[in-house]
Design a binder for this molecule. Structure first.
Ligand SMILES: Cc1ncc(C[n+]2csc(CCOP(=O)(O)OP(=O)(O)O)c2C)c(N)n1
Length: 795
């Protein structure tokens, strides 16, 4: 990176070039929205040249084109490496126009050349069946941010900037987008951005005044109030204002020059060992009309500079000759004959400020992060194994054990700086504390003597905004790095919608051969539904798994490791995987260690399997089980084993098979999910005709949803979380939801044919045990000793 250098101010000739480029981009954007033929307007516009369905968003587009044109110049003038994140990603026509003009589009899609045939194709395919989406979707080179769901631009931009010291990420924030919760909190992201080791983000707040139908709040604030707000967020705002009559090329160029100079100045100081607190990063507030340069009025109503410009300013072009005429006048106002040669290629002079090769915004390798992805240097996860001499003989805290492995992942990859751990203030609460032995928690603001583990270059990132955590990590992953997100299970729902968007992105990206695979998004859910001693009902919701299950099977994985060694094995697998969202649910409380490491690896490789040591079916004589006890999740596994213990003691003739499921997707049919089991295997495991009592970590109907096509589905009886909870003991919690060992035994008695009469006394004992366990908690404030101290006794 070059240090702050004096840059030639732009000349009038430069602004003329920039303006020609801008006009070309605006022309190409309008053409995409409207035209299906006659792209260069070589003949008068006819209704048959117009698309039958007019789709797309014009309003934000000319402003985006203006920004892109100026970023190009700044990249060249400052020899800068830049990337663009477009918050109002509905402005797809702008991104497509620019990547076509700069040649990135043709490099990515050689069938769309920079000539009239290519322009025709560019126009026709936009928002057209079988063509390309109207947004800055994965199909658009140079993008890591769809923008369809507003709010995530700044957090994505910061994720891209972390550990990319030479990169400046220009981030366009819509003034409507700025009203969203995620965006509002993400202004603080720079407080976690280290000028020495990270790149920079240059926010460009696009005050075009309107959303779909309403004014945007920030656009209507008195200037001093807006300025105070942005300064309060820690920025040094600079203002660029344009209007119908005035295009502020000179101001924009000078403002970008100052901003980049300032960024480099801040970085130079920090990199020279003179870090400062309270750094004020530059940002630009660009106030220009919505639908700038488009129709001023349509049918006597104002359009340019109003909400009416948001989508398609002229709606009836095919049927209304006045609209058709107006469109032609509008498009000809850009003087395409001055911008494009007869063969449709852009005149080389208007590309004078367009950078070359990978400096083009549409060709940034950071925006196709898989090309930069380096494998993590992973330790051997077996080295962190807990010793298991007999199943359940010892306990450990699974996430604490995992923390030691993650610590070493951080340590081993410290030099390549491509792994971060994010979480909303919970890394220690989630018992991943060991990671802090090798790094700090990122923090650029003031510190107090009482603070612990804060460090400007910390690789653990904590902000109490699940949105920002998720956005940072998505930006980090999509630019070719790796990470780990740990979150309280109930509050991961805060990012349901962000998860949706990321899963959609992955689904589409996987179908684009030029987008290289990126590291998976690993989400560890802990402090889960069954262990809420401190908090209770508000902190109980295992429904994220149900939500995740709605997404395309090829990008979704859900793991429920029952103990520490299986968690280690699952984590290793997830850290090596690509292009998935891996959801791992694991407890942080002391939990029996069931499997030694070799068995854990075998079990995780199978994904679901019979726990021979717990089962007594097939003992010697190969007889079939009378009942299958299924379990998925650490607490359900504990309860199933405790129930098995009772059954084997009290009903020794009953043949019980215990099946544990660690990879939830194994339950699905093979046709539905790549991990799905074939029917023969499923029947062998669960039988086609024996009762299956299944204890599941989350809401019970998910297991039904996953198994409804199986032969034995009618025999599946699932216990899980029934939305009952409060601040109470662990066992009371499972009893409240009828997933306790006593209830599972009752379920077995009720479901195994012939057992009801034979085991009536045991059933009654179980009811009594539940009552006793409940009264004990009321009297003593803790669980019954026989429950608390229960351990698996192998027989
Ligand atoms: C979270 C979310 N809520 C609602 C919408 C619907 N929507 C699409 S564009 C838009 C207005 C956006 O305004 P702004 O961010 O200022 O963009 P611009 O005016 O530049 O188009 C809205 C509300 C959305 N895309 N995402």
């Amino acid at each position: 990176m070059t240090a702050a250098t004096a840059v030639q101010p732009v000349s009038e000739a430069d602004t003329d070039t920039l303006d020609r480029y801008w006009r070309a981009a605006n022309y190409l954007a309008a053409g995409q929205i409207y035209l299906t033929a006659n792209p260069l307007l070589t003949e008068p516009l006819q209704p048959e040249h117009i698309k039958p369905r007019l789709l797309g968003h014009w309003g934000t587009t000319p402003g985006l084109n203006f920004i892109w044109a100026h970023l190009n110049r700044a990249i060249m003038a400052h020899d800068a490496e830049m990337m663009i994140v477009i918050g109002p990603g509905h402005g797809g026509p702008a991104a497509l126009a620019n990547v076509w003009l700069e040649g990135s589009y043709t490099d990515t899609y050689p069938s769309v050349q920079r000539d009239s045939a290519g322009m025709h194709q560019l126009f026709r395919q936009f928002s057209f069946p079988g063509g390309v989406p109207s947004h800055v979707a994965p199909e658009v080179p140079g993008s890591i941010h769809e923008g369809g769901e507003l709010g995530y631009s700044l957090s994505h931009a910061h994720g891209a900037a972390f550990d990319n010291p030479d990169l400046i990420v220009a981030c366009v924030v819509g003034d409507g987008e700025a009203e969203t919760g995620p965006l509002a909190t993400s202004w603080h992201s720079h407080r976690f951005l280290n000028p020495a080791g990270d790149g920079a983000v240059l926010p460009i707040l696009h005050l075009n005044g309107w959303k779909i139908a309403n004014p945007a709040v920030l656009a209507r604030l008195p200037e001093d109030e807006l300025d105070a707000l942005l300064r309060g967020y820690g920025y040094e705002p600079a203002y660029v204002t344009g209007s119908h009559d005035y295009v502020p090329h000179l101001e924009m160029a000078a403002t970008l020059d100052t901003a980049i100079g300032r960024i480099r100045g801040i970085q130079a100081e920090a990199r020279a060992g003179r870090p400062q607190t309270g750094v004020r990063w530059p940002m630009i507030v660009m106030r220009t009309p919505k639908g700038w340069t488009g129709p001023v009025e349509v049918d006597g109503l104002p359009v340019e500079g109003t909400w009416r410009a948001h989508q398609v300013p002229l709606a009836e072009v095919r049927t209304n000759p006045a609209h058709l005429r107006q469109l032609e006048e509008w498009m000809r106002s850009y003087r395409p004959e001055e911008l494009f040669a007869a063969d449709g290629s852009p005149h080389p002079d208007l590309l004078a400020h367009v950078p070359a090769g990978t400096r083009r915004l549409g060709s940034s390798p950071h925006a196709n992060g898989g090309v930069l992805l380096r494998d993590l240097d992973l330790p051997d996860f077996r080295d962190y194994a807990v010793l298991v001499q007999a199943p359940g003989a010892r306990e450990s805290e699974p996430t604490k054990v995992l923390g030691t492995m993650l610590r070493d992942v951080l340590r081993r990859n410290d030099e390549q700086r491509n792994f971060r751990v994010v979480g909303p203030d919970e890394t220690e609460s989630n018992r991943l504390t060991a990671v802090l032995e090798v790094t700090g928690k990122a923090w650029e603001e003031q510190t107090l003597p009482v603070d612990r583990n804060l460090a400007p270059d910390g690789r653990v990132m904590e902000i109490l905004s699940e949105h920002t955590c998720q956005g940072w990590l998505e930006g980090y992953l999509l630019t070719g790095r790796h990470g780990w997100f740990s979150c309280y299970e109930a509050f991961i729902h805060i990012v349901d919608s962000m998860f949706n968007q990321h899963a959609k992105w992955l689904k589409v990206a996987r179908q684009l051969p030029w987008r290289r695979p990126v590291a998976s998004l690993n989400i560890l859910l802990t402090s889960h539904v069954w262990r809420q001693d401190h908090n209770g009902f508000s902190h109980q919701d295992p429904g994220f798994i149900d939500h995740v299950m709605n997404k395309k099977a090829e990008v979704i994985r859900v793991y429920l490791p029952p103990d520490a060694n299986t968690l280690l094995s699952v984590a290793d697998h997830c850290l090596r995987s690509r292009d998935y969202v891996n959801v791992i649910v694991a407890g942080k409380q002391p939990n029996p260690d069931w499997l030694d490491m070799d068995s854990a690896i075998l079990h995780c490789t199978r994904g679901a399997g019979i726990w021979e040591w717990a089962s007594n079916d097939g003992d010697g004589d190969g007889a079939e089980p009378d009942v299958v006890l299924g379990c998925a999740g650490d607490v359900p596994t504990l309860e199933v084993l405790a129930a098995t213990d009772i059954l084997r003691r009290e009903l020794p003739d009953l043949r019980v098979r215990v099946v544990n499921v660690v990879d939830l997707m194994r339950l699905q049919p093979a046709a539905e999910h790549p991990h799905g089991m074939g029917d023969a295997e499923f029947n062998a495991l669960f039988t086609a005709d024996r009762p299956v009592i299944f204890a599941y970590h989350g809401y019970p109907w998910l297991i039904h949803r996953l198994t409804y096509r199986r032969d034995g589905h009618n025999n599946f009886h699932v216990r899980g979380y029934k939305e009952e909870g409060t601040t109470t003991t662990p066992f009371d919690m499972v009893m409240m939801n009828d997933m306790d060992r006593f209830h599972l035994v009752m379920d077995v008695i009720d479901r195994v044919p012939g057992l009801a009469a034979r085991a009536a006394r045991l059933r009654q004992q179980m009811t009594d045990s539940r009552s006793r366990a409940r009264s004990w908690t009321r009297e003593h404030g803790e669980d019954l000793p026989e429950v608390r101290n229960w351990t698996w006794s192998s027989r």
